[in-house]
Design a protein around this ligand. Structure first.
Ligand code: PEP
Ligand code: MN
Length: 466
């Protein structure tokens, strides 16, 4: 195999040298990451396929537009001030196979349903964002996976290799970057159609939520649903323009892990002359790739998109400040989001020091909770799972910490699906581990199913309205 980008070592060859003639080819600094240590990157099996894929990706149409990215930055700035709330949700890892109309619409529908409940609970606009239309690259704790004595490269997400446990499927195929682009494009096309074409009608979305509260297990959420019902009737009586409420903004986001792909989709905005990563509106840096002087932080410091960084329980206040200096040196409203994922048992103890340090420096970031990644456990029957109660407890801890400090708990980042899967334990209509045998579908981390996602929205709405 030809090694193009070695794990955790500076890349030597510049495979883009002959192909980076279009788009943002000569923009200063955009390729500085190539000389820095980089982790979690593939070892592409075929150099020619790699070069051809990058060449094509650097001329294809952008998936998102710079003007939309700027709008999102303004929305996130409002959230950082407590004037909006971010709801970011979707699969841990999207797959090409699951990019079907049914599954995409179920996920969008669930996010819209959650958003209506949260809008009411928070009494403020909810920014709707999918971990969708590009969430194809996964960091892994080990480079390899062994099954029955056979060792093969780990699955790194559909943009790199296949989930099937065969040498062919697990080889790192750069041609998959093109498939990821096209799958993102068709996913985003459907999202845009749904959210602009009448599917997002507030009254319709509220009707769907009634299905949830009609389940006797969810009786305790009925009164909140009734309150929303009355609010909608009131709006109707006042002559609210429900036609306008048929369209909603919906943004796309993913972890910017595979820098070959992110770099190739970066374009210079014709209005401002500045670089935008047009693979998504919002990009985040994972907990495993947020080293200050490494490639991911460097690359994302140079694009105009709003950026997120995941912060785990080992994050110090100084780490957070250094990330702010590097990623948001101008302290631009909406530019930087910290997505904390400390674990339910850690958040009340660890988060305050980080938030206090940032606040006392005068910087304003958007604080979002990811209550999933610090709460992963293995079920007795061997599945990677999360307890619904732990997830909710981390969300509560997040609100408690911010309320105690007088800072803004600005959003929620969840791994969820619109389907009736069984991957996380618990919920009012509880999932037990036996259900995993038939309904565990995730190729990576466990997701809240449709009902668990709505239940979370009702619980968070309850907390927000207090
Ligand atoms: C993820 O969001 O799927 C992920 C890997 O998260 P983290 O970087 O927080 O571990
Ligand atoms: Mn995950």
């Amino acid at each position: 195999m030809t090694e193009l980008t070695a794990n955790t070592a500076p890349s030597t060859a510049d495979p883009l040298a002959s192909t980076a003639q279009s788009g943002a080819a000569n923009y200063p600094g955009l390729d500085a990451w190539r000389d820095l240590p980089i982790s979690q990157q593939p070892t592409w099996s075929n150099t020619e396929v790699f070069k051809a894929s990058v060449k094509e990706l650097s001329v294809v149409p952008p998936l998102v537009f710079a003007g939309e990215v700027d709008v999102l930055r303004e929305r996130l700035a409002a959230a950082a001030q407590g004037k909006a709330f971010l709801l970011q949700g979707g699969d841990c890892a999207e797959t090409f196979e699951a990019a079907t109309a049914d599954k995409i619409s179920a996920r969008v529908k669930t996010i819209l349903q959650m958003a209506v409940v949260l809008t009411y609970g928070a009494a403020m606009p909810v920014i709707k964002m999918g971990r969708m239309a590009g969430q194809f690259a996964k960091p892994r704790s080990s480079n390899d996976e062994t099954r029955d004595g056979v060792t093969l490269p780990a699955y790194r997400g559909d943009i790199v290799n296949g989930y099937d446990f065969t040498p062919e499927s697990r080889a790192h195929d750069a041609g998959r970057m093109l498939k990821a682009y096209h799958t993102s494009a068709s996913t985003l096309n459907l999202i845009r159609a749904f959210t602009q074409g009448g599917f997002a009608d507030l009254r319709l979305v509220h009707q769907w939520n009634k299905g949830f509260t009609e389940n006797p297990a969810h009786a305790r959420y009925e009164s909140l649903a009734r309150d929303i019902d009355r609010a909608i009737s009131f709006m109707d009586s006042c002559g609210a323009d429900f036609e306008a409420l048929k369209r909603v903004e919906f943004f796309a986001s993913h972890e910017a892990l595979l820098l070959d792909y992110e770099r190739a989709l970066t374009r210079i905005d014709s209005r401002t002359g500045l670089p935008y990563d047009t693979s998504a509106h919002f990009l985040w840096i994972g907990e495993r790739t947020r080293e200050l002087d490494h490639a991911h932080v460097d690359f994302l410091s140079r694009v105009r998109n709003p950026i997120g960084v995941k912060l785990g329980p080992t994050t110090s206040g100084d780490d957070a400040l250094r990330l702010i200096d590097k990623l948001d040196p101008n302290r631009e409203p909406g530019r930087l989001t910290f997505i904390t994922r400390m674990g339910a048992g850690n958040i009340r103890e660890k988060l305050p020091a980080v938030v206090e340090r940032v606040t006392s420096s005068g910087a304003q970031v958007l604080w979002v909770t990811d209550p999933m990644h610090g709460n992963t456990v293995t079920s007795p029957n061997g599945y990677k799972t999360r307890n619904f109660d732990d997830v909710i407890d981390e969300v509560r801890g997040f609100f408690e910490v911010h309320q105690a400090l007088g800072t803004v708990p600005g959003g929620l980042h969840v791994e969820m699906t619109g389907d009736d899967v069984a991957e996380c334990l618990g919920g009012a209509d509880p999932i037990d581990q036996d259900a995993f045998l038939d309904r565990y579908e995730s190729v990576c981390d466990p997701r809240l199913n449709h009902m668990q996602s709505l239940e979370m929205a009702f619980l968070v709405a309850g907390a927000l309205s207090r």
